[in-house]
Design a protein around this ligand. Structure first.
Ligand SMILES: O=C(O)CCC(=O)C(=O)O
Ligand SMILES: [Fe+2]
Length: 316
């Protein structure tokens, strides 16, 4: 069954009504499609091609760029699951690119050499800049959707030095003995908001109700030209659970699949505490204030080497 997610127009001149649609989407699904976002298809095509080139390199060349300081290559099965019989880890490989706009940390990024993969770095940087602009624009819409000033996220310092990471993903997709397995195990994203680009190969699914057993999974089909946006756990905290950070996973279909995720997270020194517009006497804050960097580090520490907390379920 496919989820019927709303489509939000980021360039709509009717900002207030777009903000209303964002609110509805975030309350109901925590997921929506975003169109007219300013990330052109040519730029995306380049990045998907460059991503395929990188992942087709011999393992040793990829391991030369193995992840350090959260940046670089993570091999297949490196994200092991906590509680599962299929504890081999997720059958996917990835490549992280951290903030490129801040000279004090941009040098922490690792890049394949120009001889090995010509134009790789500029292609990635170009997409990064476009996603950063789209993400900031989207956040002003999200602020409006919460009855906050359009520049609220700037005002509270979330965007001073956003912890924004681009992650290239590759799911080789071979099925072992016809078993249904997760390319990415069920999880919610940790941060503020994620912008996801997919290549058209199906697999992404959401489960609207985290607590329901067994979980009911709905497909999130690829929509040409649209980004898939989802709310992360920090936004859920900020909004006192008004906006949902929805559980999602990627099921293997037996087909190779590529995707690119942009995790747009707040500056690490930004305090995340319930927005005034999201609490009242009858609905007090459910979480204490927390520094964004502390929260994210703890989430990564707890799931060290896994980044995924829940066991892979094969029920659909
Ligand atoms: O590959 C996808 O479609 C989803 C990836 C994802 O959810 C993640 O990396 O957090
Ligand atoms: Fe995710």
């Amino acid at each position: 069954m496919a989820a019927s997610l709303p489509i939000i127009d980021l360039s709509s001149p009717h900002r207030l009504s777009a903000a209303d649609s964002v609110r509805q989407a975030c309350v109901e699904y925590g997921f929506f499609y975003l169109v007219n976002h300013g990330v052109d298809t040519q730029c995306l095509r380049k990045v998907f091609n460059q991503s395929a080139h990188f992942f087709s390199l011999p393992l040793q060349q990829k391991m030369d760029l193995a992840r350090k300081e959260y940046r670089g290559y993570t091999p297949l099965y490196s994200e092991t699951l906590h509680v599962t019989s299929l504890s081999k880890g997720d059958p996917k490989e990835s490549y992280y690119i951290g903030p490129v706009e801040d000279p004090s940390i941009a040098h922490l990024n690792q890049w394949p050499s120009e001889e090995l993969l010509p134009n790789w770095k500029p292609s990635m940087e170009s997409l990064y800049w476009k996603l950063l602009a789209a993400g900031k624009n989207l956040l002003s819409l999200i602020a409006m959707s919460l009855n906050l000033d359009e520049d609220y996220f700037e005002k509270i310092g979330a965007l001073n030095k956003p912890a924004a990471f681009l992650r290239l993903l590759h799911y080789p997709g071979e099925l072992v003995s016809g078993e249904q397995i997760c390319g990415a195990s069920p999880h919610s994203d940790y941060g503020m908001v994620t912008l996801l680009m997919t290549d058209g190969v199906p697999g992404l699914q959401i489960s609207k109700d985290k607590l329901r057993e067994p979980q009911v999974w709905e497909d999130v089909p690829h929509v040409e030209g649209a980004l898939i946006v989802n709310i992360g756990d920090l936004m859920e905290r900020w909004t006192n659970c008004l906006y949902r950070s929805t559980l999602h996973r990627v099921m293997s279909t037996g087909k190779e699949r590529y995707s690119v995720a942009f995790f747009f997270d707040p500056s690490s020194d930004c305090m995340v505490e319930c927005f005034e517009s999201c609490c009242s006497e009858s609905s007090p804050p459910r979480f204490p204030p927390i520094r964004s960097g502390d929260y994210l580090n703890e989430r990564f520490r707890l799931t060290y080497g896994s980044e995924r907390e829940l066991p892979c379920s094969t029920s659909t």
